[in-house]
Design a protein around this ligand. Sequence first.
Ligand SMILES: *[C@@H]1O[C@H](CO)[C@@H](O)[C@H](O)[C@H]1NC(C)=O
Ligand SMILES: *[C@@H]1O[C@H](CO)[C@@H](O)[C@H](O)[C@H]1NC(C)=O
Ligand SMILES: *[C@@H]1O[C@H](CO)[C@@H](O)[C@H](O)[C@H]1NC(C)=O
Length: 206
Amino acid sequence: MGAQKALYVTGDMSQSSDPERVVRMAVEQLGGLDILVLNHIGSTPFAMWNGDGDHVRELMQLNFLSYVNMASAALPVLEQSAGSMIVVSSLLGKITTPFVGPYAATKFAVNGFFGSMQHELAMQRSNVSLTITTLGLIDTDSAMDKIRGYTNMTAYPASDAALHIIKAGATHQNESFYPGYIYFACLCRDWFPFFRDIIIQNSYTY
Ligand SMILES: *[C@@H]1O[C@H](CO)[C@@H](O)[C@H](O)[C@H]1NC(C)=O
Ligand SMILES: *[C@@H]1O[C@H](CO)[C@@H](O)[C@H](O)[C@H]1NC(C)=O
Ligand SMILES: *[C@@H]1O[C@H](CO)[C@@H](O)[C@H](O)[C@H]1NC(C)=O
């Protein structure tokens, strides 16, 4: 996007101390923060639940607890710049589908935690904006490899998703949805549960 300079800090989000360290080092190198995008996720099987509780614990650290730690470390710094935080979540943090138990659990946790934080920031009249973005199926290589053969759902371009995420944060939306129909899926979620579940279950082969 035309940046004059880019820096990187490496970290392992499965380690409990790295999320905070990455934010601290970024702040040291950049002299502050304007925007924090929380977008990383760990790998998880697309399959029937197999009883692997350790995997759920690891994925919670990667997809959820590291977000909490990064956000907590960044908030005081973002206040200094009246900055923005963007949390990338998923339709699977709002509606459940088969074969994604551990992933859906982490995204429901993300929505619960950051939804609550949004209220607190609003009540404190904070100058930090917090955007929660809800994505549908995006055509990243890892997602496409996983679902091949299980579903014919349309995947949307990753580059459009990335632009959507940045725009939603820069314009201080508190919620955003990509692709747009995801918003209607969320609105309709509890209206017709019987038909919803038939549609969901018929969208996947087993
Ligand atoms: C944002 O709010 C914080 C806390 O109220 C304050 O310390 C900070 O100066 C504000 N920043 C800007 C850029 O207004
Ligand atoms: C969402 O944004 C509106 C203003 O655009 C604000 O009034 C409302 O309190 C926000 N909701 C939350 C949960 O922050
Ligand atoms: C996807 O489309 C193919 C070819 O039309 C069909 O054989 C398959 O059953 C479909 N899979 C699902 C999950 O709908």
